[in-house]
Design a protein around this ligand. Structure first.
Ligand SMILES: Cc1cc2nc3c(=O)[nH]c(=O)nc-3n(C[C@H](O)[C@H](O)[C@H](O)COP(=O)(O)O)c2cc1C
Length: 335
């Protein structure tokens, strides 16, 4: 099963997934440069843009997040959020025209200022508005429309079955379910049992999400949930190879090795340089968190990460990475 393609009909524009592991949308992380690294290990996985605010798009902000899709290879879905159905429909049209493989609607983001306005996880409390948004977006585009959500708002009133059935009835063609409530944020363990119950009740494909950090986790999650696929989020931060490793494992192929210290340092440098080229000096600020996640697993790594966080310029950061790479290479040669 885990190696068969999955097909979503869309409205006359079917889309096929040849890979049962999806790279999650990660605001502030899954930009074009990160996605290019993930793509290196996985040609076929569906990747997602960071979530894009439909109202901002309407006002002309953040258009690059959608328009740069044209420069990339492989399937990439655009994830949208907002509480205004017409703005969502217009943003979806724009994303489809830019090459979105499909449109995903964010109904899980716990950020207060988004949920308070009724977007992201706020829609869990207003299923009628959620339905109107799905219908408006579905009517606006030919490609499939999917939803990513959580089990409910809080533990006491969570009713994932009826919530997810409503999303399906409204026209969502696939559901990604993060096995936590909005109240939980990222605390506790993802409830794969609750995802299994939803999968049993729905006829559309269900993708399980939450706490999948290795090919073994991914296999266990598929077994326990019966889901049609898995999505990985935090586990891929600093590990753009994880999706490719899970994909290979699902397909019964050799799992690509986890890069060693030298490869990680070179990857961190490559990502830093690409970010600075794309975003100027601000690229260094974005690169800091990636370098912090990637530069691990060798003697002196904690000190290097501290120095990188304080590096005042991209050149200074590159020098630190070069020096660390040279000492890692020397140590390896001496062994
Ligand atoms: C830094 C960060 C940014 C995120 N941004 C988004 C986002 O833009 N859209 C979304 O639907 N979920 C977002 N999420 C949630 C993840 O996609 C995912 O659902 C969650 O982290 C659980 O999966 P995991 O246990 O594999 O990390 C974000 C999570 C993190 C940690």
């Amino acid at each position: 099963m885990a190696s068969d393609p999955l097909e979503l009909p869309g409205r006359g524009c079917p889309r096929r997934l040849h890979c049962r592991v999806l790279q999650s949308p990660l605001a502030g992380v899954s930009d074009r440069i990160f996605r290019a690294l993930v793509r290196r290990w996985s040609e076929q996985a569906l990747l997602f843009t960071e979530m894009v605010n439909a109202t901002s798009l309407e006002l002309g902000h953040g258009r690059a997040k959608v328009e740069e899709l044209g420069q990339e290879t492989g399937p990439i879905a655009v994830q949208l959020f907002d509480h205004r159905p017409m703005a969502m429909a217009e943003a979806a049209r724009r994303a489809e025209a830019a090459g979105a493989y499909w449109i995903d609607i964010n109904m899980g983001c716990p950020v207060k200022k988004i949920a308070k306005k009724g977007g992201g996880s706020g829609l869990i409390r207003d299923p009628q508005l959620a339905t109107r948004i799905i219908k408006a977006v579905t009517a606006a585009v030919q490609v499939p429309v999917t939803v990513k959500t959580r089990l409910g708002w809080c533990g006491s009133d969570a009713d994932p079955l009826s919530w997810c059935l409503q999303l399906q009835d409204a026209g969502a063609q696939l559901l990604t379910l993060h096995g936590r409530t909005r109240e939980q944020g990222f605390k506790g363990s993802a409830d794969w049992g609750a995802i299994a119950a939803v999968k049993q009740a729905l006829t559309i494909p269900v993708i399980a999400n939450g706490d999948i950090n290795s090919p073994d986790d991914a296999r266990r999650c598929l077994e326990q949930t019966g889901a049609d696929g898995v999505m990985v989020g935090r586990g891929s931060m600093g590990a753009p190879w994880l999706v490719g490793q899970i994909d290979a494992s699902f397909k019964g192929q050799p799992i690509p090795p986890t890069p060693g210290p030298l490869e990680r340092l070179l990857l961190a440098r490559e990502q830093l340089l690409a970010l600075v080229e794309a975003r100027g000096d601000h690229g260094l600020l974005i690169a800091r968190k990636h370098m912090g996640w990637t530069c691990t697993g060798f003697p002196g790594a904690p000190q290097l990460r501290q120095q990188l966080m304080r590096a005042p310029t991209p050149e200074a950061a590159v020098e630190l990475l070069n020096a660390a790479a040279a000492s890692v290479a020397t140590a390896a040669a001496a062994c």
